[in-house]
Write a protein that binds this ligand. Structure first.
Ligand code: PMV
Length: 336
C-alpha cells in the first residue's frame, strides 16, 4: 500500500485545448505556480478488481477516467520497459478541495495518483524522474503534470520528442523553485456549486471559437514574458501577462459552440474591486480565473495582509489561503 499527497496549481499561462485529446497532449505550453493547499491524498493498493473510493460518490464516467488513466499509465511504463506490480488496484482519494469549482481539483488528484503509482514502482527499486512522473500525471489531467513539481513550472509540449503525438512529448519542468519568489494565492470561491462543464469539455470545444487560432499564436510570446517576469521577480510584468491570458481563455470559452460561461457576476465584480485596490493602494496583486467563477488573487509577501483582508470581506464567499510550495510527495511506502 502506498500513499501520495498533492495539491492544485494556479496557471498564469493557461492550458486550453489539446493536440491529442486521448493522450492529453496540450496544444500549447502553459505555466503555473504549485500551491501548498488544499491537499489531496491518494492511497493505492493491489486488488482483485479496479475500484476508486472517495468521500463523494463517483459517477461511472469519473471511475472510467481513473481506469483509462491506469491503462495509459501502463502503456507509458511499458514504453520505458517497466511495469506496475499487478493488474488491478483499489484507489482511495481523500480530498480537501471542493470539486469542480475551478480550483484544479483534477490536477491535485491525478498528480497524487501518478506519484502513488511511482511509489509502487519504487518498491521494485525503479525510480522515475519528476519529468516522467509528470507524464503519468498528465495522462489523467493535463494540468496535473505541473503539480508534480514545486515552485514555478512550465508544461512544455515538445521537449523530448519530435514526434508530436508521442506519449512523452509534453512534460513539466521547473522554471524556478518555490524559494525563488514567495508568492501567495488567496482564493475566493463565490460559489461551491459544481460547474456544468468540466475543463475536459472546454479543451474539446476550444477549436470551435473564432478566437482560438489567435490564442495559439499569442501563447509563445506570453509564455516567454511570464518566464522572464518570474526569473526577474517583476510582479507588474507577471500581472499584465497573467491577466491578459486569463481574459483571453474566457473569451475563447465564451465564444465556443456551445458557449462555456465559467465567470459569474461575482467574478467580474471581484476583478473590478481588485483592480481598484491595486490602483488606489499600490498593492502587488493579480487576479486569474480557471474553469469556474473562483478568483485567484496572487500577491507578494508585502501585499498578503491587504489581500487577505479584501478576500475575507467578500460576502458569502469561501476563502482559501495558499502559498507557493515544493510539489507532490509520497507520504508512506510500506508493503501491504
Ligand atoms: O487539466 P485540466 O484538463 O483540468 O485543464 C485545466 C484547465 C485550466 O485550469 C483552465 C488551465 C490550466 O492550465 O490549469
Amino acid at each position: 500500500m502506498v500513499t501520495a499527497l498533492s495539491t492544485p496549481n494556479i496557471a498564469f499561462i493557461k492550458y486550453w485545448g489539446n493536440r491529442n485529446a486521448e493522450l492529453r497532449l496540450p496544444a500549447t505550453d502553459s505555466l503555473s505556480m504549485t500551491l501548498d493547499s488544499p491537499t489531496v491524498e491518494v492511497t493505492i493498493e493491489p486488488a482483485d478488481r479496479f475500484s476508486v473510493q472517495s468521500q463523494k460518490e463517483l459517477s461511472p464516467k469519473e471511475v472510467e477516467r481513473f481506469k483509462k488513466h491506469l491503462e495509459l499509465t501502463n502503456i507509458y511504463l511499458h514504453s520505458l520497459h517497466y511495469s506496475l506490480p499487478t493488474t488491478n488496484y483499489s484507489l482511495t482519494v481523500r480530498s480537501k478541495i471542493p470539486p469542480a469549482i475551478g480550483l484544479a481539483s483534477s490536477a491535485a488528484v491525478f498528480s497524487a495518483v501518478a506519484k502513488a503509482y511511482a511509489a509502487l514502482l519504487e518498491e521494485q527499486d525503479i525510480r522515475l524522474t519528476d519529468e516522467q512522473v509528470s507524464i503519468l500525471a498528465r495522462l489523467g489531467s493535463g494540468s496535473a503534470a505541473r503539480s508534480i513539481i514545486g515552485g514555478f513550472v512550465a508544461l512544455q509540449t515538445t521537449h523530448y520528442s519530435l514526434q508530436t503525438d508521442a506519449i512523452d512529448s509534453a512534460i513539466a519542468v521547473q522554471i524556478a523553485p518555490a524559494s525563488h519568489w514567495p508568492l501567495h494565492d488567496i482564493v475566493i470561491c463565490p460559489s461551491l456549486q459544481e460547474k456544468e462543464h468540466g475543463s475536459t469539455e472546454g479543451h474539446h470545444l476550444a477549436h470551435t471559437s473564432p478566437h482560438y487560432a489567435e490564442r495559439l499564436l499569442q501563447i509563445p510570446r506570453r509564455q516567454q514574458e511570464c518566464i522572464d517576469a518570474i526569473l526577474g521577480g517583476d510582479f507588474e510584468k507577471l500581472q499584465k501577462v497573467a491577466e491578459e491570458d486569463a481574459w483571453d481563455l474566457h473569451q475563447v470559452a465564451k465564444t465556443s459552440t456551445p458557449s462555456l460561461q465559467y465567470l459569474t457576476e461575482d467574478t467580474h465584480r471581484i476583478t473590478r474591486e481588485v483592480t481598484a485596490l491595486r490602483e488606489a493602494e499600490h498593492v502587488a496583486v493579480l487576479y486569474t480565473m480557471d474553469a469556474g467563477p473562483t478568483v485567484h488573487l496572487v500577491c507578494t509577501e508585502d501585499a498578503v495582509d491587504a489581500v487577505k483582508e479584501f478576500a475575507h470581506a467578500q460576502k458569502d464567499c469561501t476563502v482559501f489561503e495558499t502559498k507557493v510550495w515544493s510539489g507532490a510527495r509520497m507520504v508512506e511506502a510500506a508493503h501491504a
